[in-house]
Design a protein around this ligand. Structure first.
Ligand SMILES: Cc1ncc(COP(=O)(O)O)c(C=O)c1O
Length: 379
């Protein structure tokens, strides 16, 4: 159970909850501060100089009220990873000015027809997905556009750059662009991260030029999540591709978490999603145990599970399903004390909650279902 977690940097703390609110909430509870989330979006929009170069991933947002914040900021183009996210986001966009949703995964079997059904039901929204082989193309229903998925070295999905021309040519008029997610670029040394990321972007920029020379127009190139997006925006070649718009795709930043703070320490983002918990037990002189465990806070990175905003000195020792154990020397909270826990990795944490308490700068707004969470057959 030795998983020491750094204390949170208090400059990233969201505003405190208004008097009496926390005491009325059954714990554990996901709390989303829409004010903090809005400021996080604006911090990215400052870097991207407006919505044009950002295609955010909504795998973190998961809640329609949070997705609506992006739309309010003028963002209409998104990425998602699941059919449920595509449907929830698509309905939101269709109810407004329309938009564009890239389901950035490789769909096989009945999922392909399911995406086509969603696309047919929401005509104001353009849907697309990824392909990494010529054979995949014919299987994707005609209602769905195509991005060629390229592997910049993450080795998770995507074709080698050398195969891009054949796949793009086979996609013909259905080609929407190139997708090259470099989630492996999270080196601690940001200079090194930038250098390695730029080496990948040099290849990508050259490829777009080669495709253009072969008569294949690439309207959009998408790279970079939270760790690499500052470097991606600084790449001179990507920023000046004639006839091609380059977009970055960070998504975690909407709520921010301990891991993103470590990856982008300069980003002025707040912890907009926290898990409210009560101290359930005091199992030793220097320990306290909270009523939120791995079923409320996902330990995707076991060395960075959670930090308690109200007890910055506390180190997280470990988790079981309904308990998280902390150690602190000086300021151990009482049994029943209310604490806000900042997740190490907020995306899977939000995915665990059925609903969230929404606040705006600490003031209660209401409750919201986390409608885009999970997977399933029932839509
Ligand atoms: C394909 C893809 N794009 C974008 C993102 C967003 O990256 P981040 O979570 O670092 O913001 C992810 C994250 O998993 C992803 O898988």
């Amino acid at each position: 159970m030795e998983n020491p977690t750094p204390g949170p940097d208090r400059t990233h703390a969201p505003p405190p909850l208004e008097d009496g609110l926390a005491a009325s909430i059954v714990t554990p509870a996901l709390i989303i501060d829409l004010g903090a989330a809005r400021r996080n979006l604006r911090a990215v929009l400052d870097r991207t100089a407006g919505p044009g170069r950002w295609r955010p991933h909504v795998k973190t947002a998961k809640v329609p009220e949070t997705m609506a914040l992006f739309v309010d900021e003028g963002i209409r183009r998104f990425k998602c990873a699941t059919l449920r996210e595509a449907q929830v986001l698509g309905r939101l966009l269709a109810g407004g000015a329309g938009g564009d949703v890239l389901l950035a995964h490789h769909l096989h079997g009945p999922a392909l027809e399911r995406l086509a059904e969603i696309a047919r039901a929401l005509p104001g929204v353009a849907f697309s997905t990824l392909v990494e082989s010529v054979e995949q193309i014919a299987k994707v229903p005609a209602e769905v556009g195509l991005f060629v998925d390229l592997d910049l070295g993450m080795h998770r999905t995507g074709a080698p750059l050398a195969d891009a021309r054949a796949i793009a040519a086979a996609a013909g008029p259905r080609l929407r662009g190139l997708h090259a997610y470099d989630g492996h670029r999270h080196e601690v040394d940001t200079g090194e991260r930038r250098r390695l990321a730029h080496a990948g972007y040099d290849g990508l920029t050259a490829l777009v030029g080669e495709l253009g020379a072969a008569g294949i127009e690439v309207a959009e190139v998408i790279t970079a999540g939270t760790p690499a997006f500052p470097a991606a925006l600084e790449h001179p070649g990507l920023a000046t591709l004639p006839g091609t718009i380059h977009r970055v795709s960070p998504g975690t930043v909407v709520y921010h978490d301990l891991r993103s703070t470590a990856q982008n320490p300069d980003l002025p983002a707040e912890f907009a999603a926290t898990v409210l918990t009560r101290v359930a037990s005091l199992p030793g002189e220097d320990r306290f145990t909270c009523d939120a465990g791995s079923k409320a806070i996902e330990a995707a990175a076991p060395d960075m599970i959670a930090a308690a905003l109200e007890v910055p000195s506390a180190r997280c020792l470990g988790q079981s399903e309904e308990h998280t154990v902390f150690q602190t020397k000086d300021d151990r909270p009482e049994r029943g004390a209310l604490l806000r826990l900042v997740p190490g990795h907020v995306c899977p944490t939000v995915n665990l909650a059925n609903d969230a308490v929404l606040v705006e700068d600490g003031r209660l707004v209401g409750r919201a279902a986390v409608t885009a969470r999970g997977h399933g057959q029932l839509e």
